[in-house]
Design a protein around this ligand. Structure first.
Ligand code: GDP
Length: 318
């Protein structure tokens, strides 16, 4: 039988609580009768170790969830390597070490599916970590995430801390970054298709060849999985979170056009990188713990577009 780690009555710091994943975690935690703390970016600088230590010393959370990260799509990742590696390593370093010296025994670090080698066997099991070369378009981010995972393992090994890591596959959903240059494929394409539709254009530009595969996970599914892991998982192995379904970028673009009712033609821009050819996670381990994805891509895309129309479109006009 799996032992349950109670969340009721616990004080939980969601680092990155104003971001896409952090805000989804906070929505999900509202069912758990716990106390959530989530300072804004201007209240706590996660890149400043002294401030992080001070914050932990004063607030003494029982649990820390690290959902804070510098993130971006394939272009942002490959053009801002220094920011991606420095900021993500520093966030992991400051929070994980800070949690340890403040005697916090439970921590969940959010990794990413890009930690796995580009040529890993598909679907990728947790054992594929560090078995080959990374995908060059996001190796900076991947190295920082691997460092965070290894820190959790190191503090577990040396000090017996119950620190765990989990890697969701490509996330999408509400509170995403819809910028066409720095965003990931779903928000960027949704935004571009929306603009094409309202401007009565007949074409939609899609980066790369459109032939590569991705597995997409709705951010609310991700949050649900993370809370499940906090309750039921306490092993050193960083655990995969995916849906088990993959789709080509071309078919994804067609689905987005369907949701928006945009009838234009897809134009593939192969001057832009494709990135990994395939990135499907093996999520058997989390399934065995009793969790599975509940939001399918069609439903998730529709909900995301509704949120975009309510929250992003008005800001563009003003
Ligand atoms: P990745 O999984 O790290 O490659 O994350 P992305 O979400 O940035 O890209 C996924 C795939 O979608 C890549 O093959 C991109 O070339 C492709 N893609 C197609 N159009 C776009 C776009 O407008 N923005 C982004 N970011 N990717 C796009």
């Amino acid at each position: 039988m799996i032992e349950i780690f109670e969340l009721k009555g616990r004080k939980i710091w969601v680092a990155g609580g104003t971001g896409m994943v952090g805000s989804a975690i906070i929505r999900n935690l509202s069912k758990e009768e716990c106390l959530i703390i989530a300072p804004q970016r201007d209240e706590l600088d996660l890149l400043d170790q002294l401030s992080v230590n001070q914050f932990l010393k004063i607030n003494k959370p029982d649990i820390v969830i690290i959902a804070a990260a510098t993130v971006g799509g394939i272009l942002a990742n490959s053009t801002r390597p220094a920011e991606f590696i420095y900021e993500n390593i520093t966030i992991a370093n400051n929070i994980i070490h800070g949690a340890h010296i403040n005697e916090i025994n439970r921590l969940l670090f959010l990794g990413s599916a890009c930690i796995y080698p580009r040529e890993a066997d598909q679907p990728m099991t947790e054992e594929a970590l560090l078995q080959g070369k990374l995908e060059p378009t996001n190796e900076w981010y991947a190295i920082a995430k691997i460092a965070g995972i290894k820190m959790c393992q190191a503090y577990r090994k040396q000090y017996g801390r119950n620190y765990i890591s989990a890697q969701p596959n490509n996330l999408y959903g509400t509170h995403d970054n819809f910028d066409v240059n720095s965003g990931h494929v779903i928000p960027a394409l949704m935004h571009r298709a929306h603009l094409a539709k309202v401007n009565l254009e007949h074409e939609l530009s899609v980066w790369g060849t459109g032939s590569v595969f991705r597995e997409f996970l709705h951010v609310d599914d991700c949050a649900d999985a993370l809370i499940h892991l906090l309750k039921f998982y306490n092993e050193k192995i960083p655990i995969n979170i995916g849906t088990g379904e993959e789709i080509t970028i071309k078919n994804l673009a067609l689905k987005i056009c369907d949701v928006l009712d945009f009838k234009g033609k897809l134009i593939f821009d192969d001057s832009k990188p494709d990135g990994s050819p395939r990135k499907l996670l093996n999520s058997e381990r989390i399934k065995k713990l009793g969790w599975k994805s509940k939001i399918n891509l069609e439903k998730g895309l529709k909900e995301t577009y509704e949120w975009y129309k309510l929250n992003i479109v008005p800001k563009q006009i003003s």
